[in-house]
Design a protein around this ligand. Sequence first.
Ligand SMILES: [Zn+2]
Length: 192
Amino acid sequence: MATHKVGGEVDALCTRCKLTLAHTILAMVGTKIARVRCNTCGGDHAYRGAPGVTDRPSSSSTTRTARASSSSSPSKAEKIIISFEEQLAGKDVASAPRYSPKDTYRVDQVIQHPTFGTGFVTAVRGDKVDITFRGDTKTLVHGRGGAPAEKPVFSPPVRQTTGPADKPQPVSEDAEQLPIPSDEELFPSSGD
Ligand SMILES: [Zn+2]
């Protein structure tokens, strides 16, 4: 097929006639037809190829090389690598227990391994734990002390209600977390 040029004819979908009809090319961007005039109804519209083919006019022909990304400013795509020491910095290394397969561990817990050294738990999968040591991550077993590993027998009081609790709520597994009513609900203003 010959190369299209302005003034030539092309079959295009007319948006007004809702048919693929002969059009006169009015404008082109590069080798792509940008605008056409329907030979049947005489209407100007953007060129559309056969129905279903999305030939949207792109402005990519104007070579806009991305010069905005300078090396001085940190880009958001930059991968931040945190060293092992930095990852351990915020954790309780001093009271890290020695690793034992009989103990049950939780994520972020720091342990001391006789072979691998200091590490912290990155994942808990049933009776297995992923522990990241310096330069390597090992999958070790835990929770082999007789207690069922599926249900944690000890849950540390990490979740504390920071708001003023009017009355202590009994902790039940079946209890739903009800939203705390706002002041408006507690003290409705009689605006009438
Ligand atoms: Zn038309």
